[in-house]
Design a protein. Structure first.
Lengths: 113, 116
């Protein structure tokens, strides 16, 4: 039972354009959502998070949007840079904490120079 | 901040053998987590510790798996009688809690296990 779903396994975007990565979840108890970025041969690195009491959180070029009614979140990267090429994991947790973070299957982003 | 350190980076073992992995978290972090990642999947939660107490174990963690964090610092994950299905990347992460808040998980680079 995949509680966090990333239906696009890969995405290619031209440098300078916007990258939009999508994520859906099924568990209504999730109240904290995170995005992690992973380069080959490295562990995931935290990127940005959002609490369920918000619908948007922004950090530099990265913005996460949360639509609770649709159980959907998205990560926008503007402008996209070649160094953003990586696998992006959507993740979620309940109880406002990080005790047991549930990850999606990831989306591989390629930013083309 | 030296980051989360995991050893070894790679381990190849024969089916039926026991293996042990080590994780050294970020020194001031009181929580330590073990995750497993297989090809094409995201990391899956296995277990976590707050200081030396193991607070939760996933149903993925069969009786052949045991994790310890004896002094609330480093942790070990042991797999007994390995099976080919145990082949995966084993990721360790740590975080700091203060009051009711938690920091995001900081992951190590993982130990890749191959069972032949």
């Amino acid at each position: 039972d995949q509680q966090v779903k990333q239906n696009s396994p890969s995405l290619s975007v031209q440098e300078g354009r916007i990258s939009i990565l999508n994520c859906d979840y099924t568990n209504s108890m999730f109240d904290y959502f995170l995005w992690y970025k992973k380069y080959p041969a490295e562990g995931p690195t935290f990127l940005i998070s959002i609490s369920s009491i918000k619908d948007k959180n922004e950090d530099g070029r990265f913005t996460v949007f949360l639509n609770k009614s649709a159980k959907h979140l998205s990560l926008h990267i503007v402008p996209s840079q070649p160094g953003d090429s990586a696998v992006y994991f959507c993740a979620a947790s309940d109880s406002g904490g990080y005790q047991k973070v549930t990850f999606g299957t990831g989306t591989k982003l390629q930013v083309i120079p | 901040d030296t980051g989360v350190s995991q050893n070894p980076r790679h381990k190849i073992t024969k089916r039926g053998q026991n293996v042990t992995f080590r994780c050294d978290p970020i020194s001031e972090h009181n929580r330590l987590y073990w995750y497993r990642q297989t090809l094409g999947q995201g990391p899956e939660f296995l277990t976590y510790f707050q200081n030396e107490a193991q607070l939760e174990k996933s149903r993925l963690l069969s009786d052949r798996f045991s994790a310890e964090r004896p002094k609330g610092s480093f942790s070990t994950l042991e797999i007994q009688r390995t099976e080919q299905g145990d082949s995966a990347m084993y990721l360790c992460a740590s975080s700091q809690t203060w009051g009711g808040d938690n920091s995001p998980l900081h992951f190590g680079n993982g130990t890749r296990l191959t069972v032949t």
